[in-house]
Design a protein around this ligand. Structure first.
Ligand code: FAD
Ligand code: NAD
Length: 406
């Protein structure tokens, strides 16, 4: 009997961890495993806000796939997926196609823009190395341009971030540290620069511990971040952002809007015809979409309900990694023909968010609150643990955040 073809789409947290686990659990005579990814590298999405602000170089964030995936065991194809045809068990790529017996989809997230006029055309998003690098360069260009124009344009120095969820908050935290450096470099007075975070809900970080939210806002406001809370973004143009607060429309002149106000699953998955709920595909507790027992979905494309809260689990790296490990175990059982598939249950260890490189907040081990130095150190422990899991001590030494005092 021929070896089954396992095809993994995307080398984000979900895809690459599935591949790394399968290369350990399956032998060459068990299955042919193929990993497809747009780029030759995996990037840690959870560090992209640092690359976008310019506080960390993007080469620290990306890891060459061949450095963690054994390409003599796993066939790596650098290409872009254009469509999935589940009824034909095929995947179409920009430069070819692949047939599968088992498919693992880990194509990640894209920005949810909710049809807001001008967002797609004029706002930036933090979603890849390319998009983060573009934000960094755009901000620097505007600082450089400011003193080269006779009529100094305030919109060059107003940086507006849409959404005060974890992405928005982590990004303004980095900007608060980066802006003073940019001011020095480009001879711009700090008081001329505004970092404005616009959030529609009645609070920043809706649903998170209120004491920690207050701590975060004090830390960020202390470093010059302005918050517009209860302010719904309505429109973005090339030189302004429009929001509505208390039934009043207000405008902020700006050339730089970074949209961090929501994500959805990669639209390729929805277009494949799987059921979709706000861009994510509902999956069973074995992480399979209804009607397709040969397809597994891991990470941000999957929608899994938490029966205790009766709400979906949030799209996080933490869950994507656990789903990948679980899927690799289940696939190994399927291929080797030993036993039933196990249901997936996330082991949630908490949430820690940075507020720049020297401050953070978090809740871990159910209800232990962390802030300041201890939260910053915990965030580095989480990041380093992932690198150790993915590529062992060598990768940790090369890419890890090993200085716990800064
Ligand atoms: P991704 O990590 O998005 O990876 C998808 C992969 O698929 C990428 O490699 C991409 O290049 C590839 N791909 C996409 N389309 C195609 C295509 N058409 N063809 C081929 N390849 C393709 N979560 C946490 O748990 N903790 C955090 O601290 C945290 N911080 C975050 C900070 C930021 C700034 C952001 C934006 C998110 C953060 N998250 C965090 C959320 C977390 O990053 C996501 O939940 C996680 O990245 C999802 O993993 P994934 O494997 O589903 O997809
Ligand atoms: P999110 O959906 O969690 O937050 C988006 C925010 O934007 C919300 O507060 C929402 O009220 C606001 N918003 C939506 N529409 C708006 C509008 N028109 N005007 C103004 N505000 C608007 O999205 P996110 O922050 O990108 O996070 C995505 C996922 O990634 C989440 O699951 C999050 O937990 C995870 N994440 C985790 C971390 C961490 O653990 N440190 C960091 C970043 C992201």
């Amino acid at each position: 009997m021929k070896n089954p073809n396992i095809v993994i789409l995307g080398a984000g947290y979900g895809g690459i961890m599935t591949a790394v686990k399968l290369q350990k659990s399956l032998g060459a005579n068990d299955a042919n495993v193929t990993l497809v990814n747009k780029h030759s590298y995996h990037y840690q999405t959870t560090w992209l806000h640092e690359n976008a602000a310019g506080t960390l170089h993007h080469d620290r964030t990306r890891i060459q796939i061949k450095d963690v995936v054994n390409t003599s065991k796993i066939n790596f194809v650098q290409d872009s997926v254009t469509a999935i045809k589940p009824d034909q068990k095929k995947v179409l790529l920009e430069n070819g196609e692949l047939s599968y017996d088992y498919l693992v989809i880990g194509l990640g997230f894209e920005a949810a823009t909710f049809g807001i006029p001008g967002l797609k055309e004029h706002a930036f998003t933090i979603g890849s190395i390319n998009s983060a690098r573009l934000i960094r360069q755009h901000i620097e260009y505007n600082f450089a341009k400011y003193n080269n124009e006779a009529d100094k344009k305030q919109e060059r120095l107003n940086i507006v971030v849409g959404g005060a969820g974890f992405t928005g908050i982590e990004f303004v935290g980095e900007l608060a540290n980066r802006v003073p450096e940019l001011c020095k470099e480009y001879d711009v007075p700090r008081e001329n620069v505004r970092i404005i975070n616009v959030e529609a809900a009645p609070t920043a970080l809706p649903g998170f511990d209120p004491e920690l939210v207050e701590y975060a806002m004090n830390s960020l406001e202390g470093r010059g971040v302005e918050f517009k809370i209860g302010a719904m973004i309505k429109e973005v143009t090339a030189d302004k952002l429009v929001f509505e607060k208390d039934e009043q429309r207000e405008e902020i002149p700006t050339n730089t809007v970074v949209w961090a106000a929501g994500v959805r699953g990669n639209s390729i998955v929805e277009e494949a015809g799987f059921e979709s709920n706000r861009g994510r595909t509902p999956v069973s507790d074995e992480l399979r979409p209804k009607g397709y027992d040969d397809v597994f979905i891991v990470g941000d494309c999957a929608l899994l309900f938490n029966e205790e809260t009766e709400r979906p689990y949030p799209p996080t790296a933490q869950i994507a990694i656990q789903q990948a490990e679980h899927t690799a175990e289940n696939l190994t059982k399927l291929v080797k023909g030993n036993g039933h598939l196990e249901p997936f249950k996330p082991d949630l260890k908490g949430t820690v968010a940075s507020l720049g490189h020297n401050d953070a907040i978090g809740v871990v081990f159910d209800d232990k609150k962390l802030f300041g130095w201890s939260a910053t150190a915990m965030k580095k422990v989480i990041d380093n643990r992932y690198l150790l899991k993915l590529g062992g001590p060598g990768l940790l030494m090369k890419k890890g955040k090993l200085n716990f005092f800064f």
